[in-house]
Design a protein around this ligand. Structure first.
Ligand code: KG4
Ligand code: ZN
Length: 332
């Protein structure tokens, strides 16, 4: 069974054809990095305009690389949220039109559900598992008992981890997108050079990254001669420390022996290495996706689409995107 996945939730226009919920037949991602680079961050209006230009060529390319015809496609799965509303609108409107014209069933996917299920393109973790979703827009920990059954155990109260990476990279003059650049520069620095605050909230499993961001700003102002590599490494150490402590505490409390790491920040080399090592000490297994499946893509949307379609959970043409869409909520 072939599912066509479409994702335009943020600044990548993506389409993919996936067979039986796990085998990638084609996977096309058109990045907008060059457009947003000069502004040091994503400009929502420019993002949606570029999606408009790219959605048709990207879907065409995914279909032709898959050597597929629309009659071969069992369902079209599209991200309905969360994300930038203008960007989401392009994908949702396109998917609805295609579904109408080609008479192909439509499935609406929560983008975060896609991130969690991207692992099924490469491995098959056993339920229940803990999902740590760390991206530019989200940082949450979920207990995943089965497909469609999610309980949020903790979340960020302010900035997402990726957002903190991007803002600190901008502050240090590293350019955009900040996460991957910081990852490389941090390798050359001393992670113990500066002790930045760890935003671990006491009364819950929630975390916070805005204090860390301010601490970096204050440090740069106070010690302008401080080595940027050391600042990057010390910042990264604080972020990773918080994420790993939270994930392991949630896993232990909920007796979960598998952790699935996903979202753009899951591509971070230090986070991957340290999480695997520290989890192993507690006899917990960590599932990591290949780097190209951590960041936004439509193959992960097609995987989630496969399970929704099998459950006959179809969308109709009243489907509208939602910028705010918590996973596990009534319509999430
Ligand atoms: O999942 P994603 O592609 O888009 C969202 O749904 O937000 O995540 C993008 C985020 C950006 O903030 C980017 O800086 C961050 O993931 N990122 C990284 C790395 N690669 C991407 N952060 C840290 N280290 C990386 N290697
Ligand atoms: Zn994402």
């Amino acid at each position: 069974m072939l599912i066509l996945g479409i994702d335009t939730s943020c600044d990548d226009t993506a389409a993919s054809v996936v067979e039986n919920g796990h085998k990638i037949i084609s996977n096309v991602v058109s990045s907008q990095n060059e457009i947003h680079k000069k502004y040091g961050g994503i400009v929502p209006e420019l993002a949606s305009r570029r999606h408009l230009e790219m959605i048709m060529p990207v879907v065409d390319e995914a279909m032709s690389r898959a050597n597929a015809k629309f009659k071969d496609i069992s369902a079209i799965a599209v991200s309905k949220g969360p994300g930038l509303i203008g960007s989401l609108l392009v994908g949702v409107c396109f998917a609805k039109s295609l579904s109408f014209v080609k008479k192909i069933p439509l499935v609406a996917i929560n983008h975060l559900e896609g991130h969690i299920f991207s692992i099924f393109l490469e491995e098959k973790p056993e339920f229940p598992f803990l999902a740590l979703v760390v991206s530019g827009g989200h940082t949450s920990v979920y207990k995943v008992s089965a497909f469609g059954q999610y309980i949020e155990l903790g979340r960020t109260r302010d900035d997402a981890a990726g957002e903190a990476y991007d803002k600190v990279a901008k502050l240090l003059g590293f350019g955009y997108p900040g996460g991957p650049i910081m990852d490389t520069i941090a390798e050359k620095g001393d992670a113990n050079a500066i002790v930045f605050p760890r935003g671990l909230l006491k009364e819950s499993f929630d975390v916070s990254f805005s204090g860390l961001k301010t601490a970096v700003l204050n440090h740069v102002r106070k010690y302008p001669e401080s080595k940027k590599e050391d600042i990057a490494a010390s910042f990264q150490s604080a972020v990773i420390d918080v994420l790993i402590k939270r994930a392991l505490a949630c896993a232990t409390e909920n007796k979960l022996k598998n952790i699935v790491l996903s979202g753009g920040v899951a591509a971070n080399s230090a986070l991957r290495k340290q999480l695997v090592k520290k989890a192993l000490d507690q006899d917990i297994r960590v599932y990591l996706s290949s780097l190209y499946l951590c960041t936004d893509n439509a193959a992960m949307i097609a995987v989630a689409g496969f399970y929704h379609f099998k459950n006959n959970d179809l969308a109709d043409f009243s489907l509208n995107p939602k910028a705010f869409l918590p996973l596990g909520s009534a319509n999430g």
